[in-house]
Structure formats: C-alpha cells, structure tokens
Design a binder for this molecule. Structure first.
Ligand code: URP
Ligand code: ZN
Ligand code: ZN
Ligand code: ZN
Length: 491
C-alpha cells in the first residue's frame, strides 16, 4: 500500500483554515492533505473515518512539571515521565515541554539536563523536550547556554518568587543578557516573592491558616508588579520573554500595552484561570487545597472574562496546563492535606502549589465553546510549537513537513454532555480540580507520528511507554530581539 494511514471525512482545523480535507500519512509524516473524497481506502494499510469530526494537529503542552523534587520546600511531583505522558496522550496532547529543574546547589545546567534526560528516556508515551529551570545562574551555568542550544534546548524558566528558586533583578539581567546572545526564550514566573512572604506573615500573626488564605497571601498586586518589572527588564536588554501562567487581567493589560509598543513580550495562561476562582479554595475541611496553585485562582467571573478576552484578542500567545501534580493524600511524597501536630487544621503555606491538568486542558477549552476553532488550535498547538522552536515539525498539518501528530474530536453535538470524574483520567493524582464539571467534548482518537495512541471507543490508551522521542528544538519562529546583534550596557 501507498500509505500507512489515511484519515477521511474530517473537518481539518489548523490555526489558519477550516476545511473538509483527507490526510495521508507515511513514515510518521503527513504526506498529503487533499480535498475530501480524493483518497481511496485501498491505498492505505489503515483508515480512520473521522465521520465529520474535527481533525487538528496534536496538542502541544509547553508547561508541564514531571518528576520534580520537593523544590518549593513542599511535596515531590506525583507524576513521573511515564504517568504524566500517559495522561497527556489520553487527553490529546502529543508533545510536551517539561522542566529540567536546576537546584540552587547545582552549578551546571548540563548536569541538570543529563539527569532529566535519564528520567525521560524510554519512559514517555508522547514526544517531549525540556525547558531548563535556572535557579542558580552561576558563571558555569551562564557559560553553558551556548551548549544548551546545541543540545536542542532553546528556552528556560526563571522565578521571581519561591525561596528555593527565586532570582533577584541582577541575576535576571544576567540570564536575559546571555539568553539574548544565544537566542533563547526566557519564561518568567512573575510574582513578587517578598510581597507574598510579607502577606503570609500578616496572615500567620492573625492565625489565618485555611487553604483560602493561600489566595490572600498571593494578591494580584504581587503578580501585576512583577509582570511590569519583568517587562521592564526585558525591554532594557531587548530580549523576548514569555510571562507564564498569567491569572490577573490587570497583568494582561501591562502585557498588551508592551505588545502594542512592539516589544517581544509573550504570555501564557492556563485552564485554572478560566475555570476556578478563590471560592474553590474555600471548601469544607481541607478540600480547598486541591485548587491551590500559584498564582492562585482569582476573585470572580470577571477575572475569567478578562482572561478569555486576552485569549481572543491575542494578548495570550499560548494556553498551557501548568500540570503540577500532587496527591491530596500521600504520606510518602508530600501531600496537599498538610495537617500536622503543630497545625491541626493545616496551614496554607505548606500546601504544595500546583494542580494537575495535562489531560483535561484541551477538552476543557473545547467544551467551553468560547474560542474560535482556529484560535483554539493556535493557542494549544501551533503557537507553542512556533514559540519554542518546534514548528513546522509540530503544531501543524503541513504536507511533507509535519509529523503525523493528530487529534480527532467527536463530530459536533455527537457526544452527550457528561460529568468529568477523576477516575476517567490517567495521571497518578487522586483528584481533579474539575470533578463534576459538565463537558461536551473529549478527543476520540489521538495519533503520534502515524500511530494511534488513544482510541476512546476501542481500547482507550493504545500507545506504548518509550515510543515518545526527545525532539531537538531550534530558535523560536515567533520571538526575537527587536535589534539583534551586539547589545551594550548603556553607560
Ligand atoms: O502552582 C504552581 N503553578 N506550581 C507549579 C510551579 C510553577 O510555578 O509553575
Ligand atoms: Zn511558575
Ligand atoms: Zn468562569
Ligand atoms: Zn508551572
């Protein structure tokens, strides 16, 4: 036969087009995208009938925490590369970029990269790459940026908060300057750590320990200020940055104003800032801990609206999960129910920060029916691929260029509304923050380089551990300095 797989009768949605097209796949690649009816069953070893469902490039999730140590002074990640990538596959994500976390006591980023490769090799169900998480910008670390690029790593993340990770402004300038030289995109966790510590002390003095005070201790101001500061530092060095997990419309406004001035400022948001509010932290017992993440879910529906608007109007470049998995009950690895003798009602400051979401990201956003379909593909697949140097191999359905990573949805209206349950998911977490939410969609088939890895009706997870490959990344095809070349300190 001519092809390994053909996909017929789909509505192909990319970031730029919605069309009735058929797709032919050979040797892991998309090799033909042709008008509906032009391909014949007998030409292929296998045929999938999309029955009028949407056919999209596989999801690219560019913000995923797997197998991280207790970096924030709290629990270890509950998912490793096997369980996290398995969960991703079952939710329509075919490429993930996880963090390779450098600890403060490690000078070398190459050691960090090597150790992270060891965790991921032969463990993954989907393709993957890493962002280097720089917590110690030592002279060794800075000198290694060039080698990182040769190793296929073109992005890193820095933190403006968390004692174990936080960089001060001088260190941030060191990182940005070297990132500029090596054409690396820097992701910034923009929250003011000192403000958070001060608020935490205020709450402790008043014996306010419940999970809901996590949100109080991370006020919008801490995010807004740090966002503006990160933009200022980026503009000073003239280097692209991406502000991760933006939760506050006022922070998005700073980003939009910077973008309107032509600065290479990019932004990410996540489902938790579209679907959860502070009220989700205020539940009987310690349940609220399940929704504790940083930045926290914000005040109200109005905040959600502001974030949806930012997705629609282009302020946000990408929609990622920030999958950061902790078990609610787990006595070994650290748990969300951090109830101790000293704090019999628990204490918000000991709750590990982060929510699981790698499997639910795409279905939540599709089910909300708030985004234009092309915009959905752009935010969840194409733009993350472009921003982080994976395009056009990932994030598109381009003849002869794209890997055959494809997600096929149910035909519109065919799925009966259903209530999301954690038992439907494939992560190693004992809850989902979206338990009981009414959903309208879920990926029906997911294909990784031509192989069916998820078939919701027939066998569920079909992919195999170890089939996912490390993908080397190049420079960003979205982000660049405005004036590339030498940058001199203005003295
Ligand atoms: O609460 C969160 N988001 N935890 C994950 C770590 C991070 O800052 O992304
Ligand atoms: Zn972060
Ligand atoms: Zn809402
Ligand atoms: Zn994160």
């Amino acid at each position: 036969t001519e092809y390994d797989l053909i996909i017929l009768n789909g509505i192909v949605v990319t970031a730029t087009d919605v069309e009735e097209l058929d797709i032919a796949i050979r040797d892991e690649k998309v090799i033909k995208v042709v008008p509906r009816g032009s391909l014949n069953d007998s030409t292929a070893a296998k045929t999938i009938d999309a029955q009028g469902g949407y056919v999209m490039p596989g999801g690219v999730d560019a913000h995923v925490h797997l197998d991280e140590p207790a970096l924030f002074g709290k629990g270890c990640a509950a998912d490793d590369y096997e369980t996290g990538s398995r969960s991703a596959a079952c939710g329509g994500t075919t490429t993930m970029i996880t963090f390779a976390p450098q600890t403060k006591t490690e000078d070398s980023l190459l050691n960090t990269l090597r150790a992270t490769h060891a965790k991921a090799t032969d463990a993954c169900y989907i393709d993957y790459s890493f962002h280097l998480l720089v917590s110690n910008p030592s002279s060794t670390a800075l000198s290694e940026f060039k080698i990182l690029r040769e190793e296929g790593i073109s992005s890193l993340k820095i933190y403006m908060t968390y004692e174990a990770l936080q960089l001060h402004d001088g260190q941030i300038l060191d990182v940005l300057l070297e990132a500029r030289k090596q054409e690396i995109t820097t992701m910034v966790h923009a929250e003011n750590g000192r403000v958070i510590d001060w608020m935490t002390a205020q709450l402790e003095n008043r014996k306010m320990f419940e999970p809901k005070y996590h949100a109080t201790s991370h006020p919008p101001m801490a995010e807004i200020e740090a966002t503006y500061r990160a933009i200022s530092l980026s503009e000073f060095i003239d280097v692209p940055i991406l502000i991760v997990h933006v939760s506050t419309p006022a922070a998005a406004q700073h980003i939009k104003q910077a973008q309107d001035r032509g600065l290479p400022i990019y932004a990410e948001t996540c489902p938790q800032y579209l679907f959860l509010t502070k009220k989700d932290l205020d539940q009987p017992g310690f349940e609220g801990a399940k929704c504790v993440c940083s930045p926290p879910p914000r005040e109200s529906e109005q905040d959600h609206e502001g974030i949806w608007n930012g997705l629609a109007n282009g302020t946000f470049t990408i929609l990622s999960s920030d999958h950061c998995p902790f078990r609610y009950e787990d006595n070994v690895k650290g748990k969300k129910t951090c109830i101790t003798n000293e704090y019999p009602v628990g204490h918000f400051k000991y709750i590990p920060n982060g929510c699981p979401g790698i499997e639910t990201r795409l279905a939540l956003a599709m089910s909300a029916e708030r985004l234009d379909l092309k915009k959905f593909v752009e935010l969840t697949s194409t733009n993350p691929a472009k921003l982080y140097g994976l395009w056009p191999r990932k994030g598109g359905i381009l003849e002869g260029e794209s890997d055959a990573d494809i997600n096929i949805w149910y035909p519109p209206g065919q799925m009966k509304e259903y209530s999301l349950r954690n038992e439907m998911l494939h992560h190693n977490v004992d809850y989902t923050p979206y338990e009981g939410r009414m959903m309208k969609q879920w990926p029906r088939y997911t294909i990784l380089r031509g192989e069916l890895i998820w078939d919701k009706e027939n066998g569920g997870l079909l992919g195999k551990k170890g089939k996912g490959k490390f993908v080397k990344r190049g420079a960003s095809s979205l982000a660049a300095s405005r004036n590339p070349g030498d940058w001199k300190i203005p003295l």
